[in-house]
Design a protein around this ligand. Structure first.
Ligand SMILES: C[S@@+](CC[C@H](N)C(=O)[O-])C[C@H]1O[C@@H](n2cnc3c(N)ncnc32)[C@H](O)[C@@H]1O
Length: 290
């Protein structure tokens, strides 16, 4: 994988170049070629062998820092068309779906591949991502993005409508980023193993309401509806305060666990605090009495 591993820049590393004006560029270090931007150019050969964090000068004397990019930088620099899942949601989705090295996970639709890249990084060489997309153009873009990250071996791309179901069975997790996720719940349940993790993201509360009904009445348990809000701050030491602008809304996140049952249990959903209550918290509530 070309994400930098060491402290010294080597050929084919993916690097982040950034100047005084904070414009950032993600590039692959290619011997014999040059990086060009509004501040001039730098021969990649002069980068090879220097240490990350050092400054380099362009041909017209502008300074640039060369850094190893993190996932946040990479996702925001992907070639994209249409909406991608933002980094603030991506990290939490991965956490909630229990994504770790070795797991098999399905996602639909692939879109520009932001989630695909994130999942492929996390599942490692032993895990695998199965990604479904009905539009060829979108899929091609995602493949380009995943290839640039050197993660192609970890992803199987299916070009088709998920109305035709999923090929895989017994998967650990499945994520739906499509307009009508409720239409695909039976297929999702068939693909997931018992206890498997389902997740979905939708932009409107109307969609949440349509999705929650079949989840509540079907072979699903531990339903959660969540939304993450991220507020960024100005970092000038004398005037630390919230940024004037923020991304007000990305999407609502819905999670559930796949279970075996013919009919709804009739168990009323608990509020979020009670869901997350640990065994010893419950014991405290009763003064330690069973
Ligand atoms: C919002 S984009 C997905 C973005 C992606 N998760 C990302 O982070 O880059 C939704 C994608 O789902 C695809 N899609 C919608 N319904 C689909 C279906 N029934 N089967 C397969 N793909 C579908 C669309 O073509 C679109 O590319």
């Amino acid at each position: 994988m070309p994400l930098p591993q060491g402290s010294v820049i080597t050929e084919n590393d993916i690097v982040l170049l950034i100047g005084k004006d904070r414009r950032t560029f993600i590039r692959t270090v290619s011997a014999g070629q040059r990086f060009e931007c509004h501040l001039g150019f730098v021969e990649y050969d002069t980068l090879i062998g220097t240490r990350y964090g050092e400054q380099v000068s362009t041909n017209i004397g502008h300074k640039l820092f060369v850094l190893a990019p993190n996932m946040d930088d990479i996702i925001l620099h992907l070639q994209r068309e249409g909406q991608i899942i933002y980094p603030k949601d991506l990290g939490y989705i991965a956490l909630k779906l229990g994504i770790r090295p070795g797991v098999q996970v399905i996602e639909a639709g692939t879109g520009s591949g932001a989630l695909t890249v994130m999942l492929a990084l996390l599942v490692g060489d032993e895990g695998h991502v199965y990604s479904y997309e009905r539009r060829r153009k979108m899929q091609e873009r995602a493949i380009t993005n995943v290839r640039r990250m050197g993660l192609l071996d970890r992803v199987t791309f299916h070009q088709r409508d998920i109305a035709r179901g999923f090929d895989e069975r017994d998967v650990h997790a499945l994520f739906l980023d499509v307009r009508t996720p409720w239409d695909y719940l039976p297929a999702a349940r068939e693909a997931l193993r018992g206890g498997g993790f389902l997740g979905a993201i939708v932009p409107t509360m109307n969609q949440v309401l349509q999705l929650i009904e079949p989840l509540y009445n079907g072979p699903w348990f531990l339903l959660e509806i969540e939304e993450l809000m991220l507020r960024q701050y100005k970092t000038i030491p004398a005037r630390v305060r919230p940024d004037d602008q923020m991304v007000g809304h990305t999407g609502f996140l819905i999670f559930a666990r796949a279970v075996e049952r013919e009919e709804a249990t009739g168990w009323e959903p608990l509020d979020v605090v009670k869901y997350n209550r640990r065994e010893d918290d419950a014991a405290q509530d009763t003064g330690g009495e069973p």
